[in-house]
Design a protein around this ligand. Structure first.
Ligand SMILES: [Zn+2]
Length: 283
């Protein structure tokens, strides 16, 4: 006999039924119904650590110090730029460029040094039209990271605008198992990458692209995870979080779906929401 993994349900079913495809196995545990998978998913999403705050953007003084140390600009033009920045609202690098105190290439190189990544000064966005790495356009948009090469022995080159989001990189690494080589690109190149990535996908019917569903509600995310897992009958659910996102991949022999839970702004509804729906408290 198999027992449903949701404790408050605890329904038993003969093994024969389970083998015939009643319910579904998720991460090796058996669930009697889609509703029970949904409860599990909801609990899991709610029980996760609250989303970490975003990493701070580039500390202006540090970039300035770096530029000054390289002899790119002196302390006088640096303090003029910091002053002007308060009015203009530009990033320090942009401000220095606007004032003619530093060129784009120098700023990009300094930023790359600051983030400990390489930089890609010139980039032909046409090279990402076939969606290297096979991410969906929505995934690239949500992560602010785009693969710019196909995986080669597990290594993938990715482009990122500043600031480099380490948690998003961690999430991508976790879900794909790739080793990432990160290249910083200018904001203009990033805009071009967003416009071109996956615009002309390779027709590869053997490996369909995972669906990537964006949602802002925990309940909706749990329902989609449950729908995908019960459709697949057998699935594993892996999850990666960064800043205000949770990316959940449901995969199995017959299913591959990405659910991206994005929290628009303000305090996380995950921590505010009652962690358990009323139904699960009845025993
Ligand atoms: Zn159940």
């Amino acid at each position: 006999m198999a027992r449903c993994a949701v404790e408050s349900c605890g329904r038993w079913r003969p093994d024969l039924f389970v083998r015939r495809g009643v319910g579904a196995r998720v991460d090796g545990r058996w669930f009697c119904s889609r509703a029970c998978i949904e409860l599990m998913a909801r609990e899991r999403l709610s029980a996760g650590k609250p989303f970490a705050a975003g990493l701070p953007s580039v500390p202006p003084v540090r970039l300035g110090t770096l530029l000054a140390a390289r002899g790119v600009c002196d302390s006088a033009s640096l303090s003029r730029a910091l002053e002007a920045q308060r009015e203009s609202g530009l990033k320090l690098g942009e401000q220095l460029q606007a004032m003619g105190a530093a060129d784009k290439q120098t700023v990009l190189t300094a930023l790359a040094t600051q983030f400990g990544v390489r930089c890609l000064p010139a980039f032909d966005p046409a090279t990402v039209r076939h969606a290297p790495g096979g991410l969906s356009r929505e995934a690239v948009r949500a992560l602010r990271i785009a693969p710019i090469s196909d995986p080669l022995e597990g290594r993938v080159r990715v482009a990122s605008p500043a600031p480099v989001r380490r948690r998003a990189l961690g999430a991508l690494r976790q879900l794909t198992g790739w080793t990432l080589e990160v290249y910083l690109v200018t904001d203009e190149d990033w805009t071009a990458i967003l416009a071109h990535y996956g615009a002309d996908p390779r027709q590869d019917a053997a490996r369909p692209q995972p669906e990537f569903v964006r949602t802002t509600s925990v309940a909706d995310a749990a329902a989609r995870i449950a729908a995908a897992a019960s459709r697949g009958r057998q699935a594993t659910v892996i999850e990666a979080r960064w800043e205000d996102h949770a990316w959940i991949r449901v995969q199995g022999p017959d299913v591959m779906e990405d659910v991206c839970l994005a929290l628009p702004e303000g305090p996380s509804p995950i921590t505010e929401e009652a962690p358990w729906p009323a139904a699960t408290t009845s025993r």
